[in-house]
Structure formats: C-alpha cells, structure tokens
Design a protein around this ligand. Structure first.
Ligand code: ZN
Length: 76
C-alpha cells in the first residue's frame, strides 16, 4: 500500500504540515496554506510532493516497489 499522506515543507516560509496526496495523479502546483506561495516541482522532480514532501508521490512509491526508477509522469 502506498503512503497517501506526506508532510509538506514550504521552501518560502518553512511552514510544514500534513497533506493528502491523490493516489494516481501528479500535482504540479501547490499553494502553501501559510504564505500562499505557489509551489512548483523542482527540476527533475515529477510533482510537488516529490520536491517538498517527506515521501514521494504514490505512483513513484509503486514504481519503487516494482524496482523501477521513480518517475510518475511521462514527458521530460
Ligand atoms: Zn509558505
């Protein structure tokens, strides 16, 4: 089973909080509830959870379990 809760840390203000992740979707934009900064994935990361969360997003976790490199979205 994939972990569906992550602890997000905002790179702008340092605020951290638990966030629920969709089981099979990429989230490319995430608004910090504290400072309202719009977070985008870092280069090389597939989604905001992989960039700022404590655990990678569920599709990546699944790929890790299958022994694959974790990239949840197709594309570059
Ligand atoms: Zn923030």
């Amino acid at each position: 089973m994939s972990e569906l809760t992550t602890r997000m840390t905002c790179p702008e203000c340092g605020h951290s909080h638990d966030a629920a992740m969709p089981e099979n979707a990429c989230v490319m934009e995430y608004e910090c509830p504290a400072c309202k900064a719009m977070l985008k994935p870092k280069q090389g990361d597939c989604c905001v959870f992989c960039s700022y969360g404590t655990v990678p997003c569920p599709p990546v976790q699944e790929q890790w379990e299958n022994g694959q490199l974790g990239v949840c979205c197709s594309g570059d």
